[in-house]
Design a protein around this ligand. Structure first.
Ligand SMILES: [Zn+2]
Length: 147
């Protein structure tokens, strides 16, 4: 529930840019928890995230949007000390295995050195970098499951 409050705080600040792409991340207006959107190929059933223009399995072009699980297991991660401009280092990137048999790439929200492989993580919405004006760009990340 903590991440919801954080999100509202970001919204009230006019300088923040909400960068999440509607094809990737849904942040419901009613205040319910945000979720990632997977895309299932209507022809062969393969599920992908992020959305592809063609299904890599059958070249199908039609997809249905699927609500992905908010929780997964951290498959692997890396601490990044030399990053892109606008990204405060160190930051953490990782691969998260979702129950839908989908491995997705995301930044991790938390302290360097605090993650372990195979631990439970959950979706959150947080700054991923700053733009040229120095204001935060917000998108999806994964964090430790709050106990
Ligand atoms: Zn397909």
């Amino acid at each position: 529930m903590g991440d919801l409050k954080e999100r509202k705080d970001h919204r009230e600040k006019e300088t923040d840019i909400n960068f999440y792409h509607p094809d990737l991340l849904e942040v419901p207006e009613d205040g319910s928890l945000p979720y990632l959107k997977g895309y299932r190929c209507k022809k062969c059933g393969q599920l992908d995230f992020p959305k592809m223009s063609l299904c890599p399995s059958c070249w199908g072009e039609e997809f249905e949007s699927i609500v992905l699980s908010r929780k997964g297991k951290l498959y692997s991660y890396a601490d990044i000390y030399v990053g892109q401009p606008g990204m405060k280092t160190p930051y953490i990137i990782g691969y998260i295995d979702l129950p839908e048999n989908l491995r997705i790439f995301a930044m991790l929200e938390g302290t360097v050195g605090s993650f372990t492989c195979d631990e439970d993580v959950e979706l959150t919405v947080a700054p991923i970098r700053t733009n040229k004006d120095g204001s935060s760009i917000i998108s999806y990340k994964f964090k430790k499951v709050s106990v």
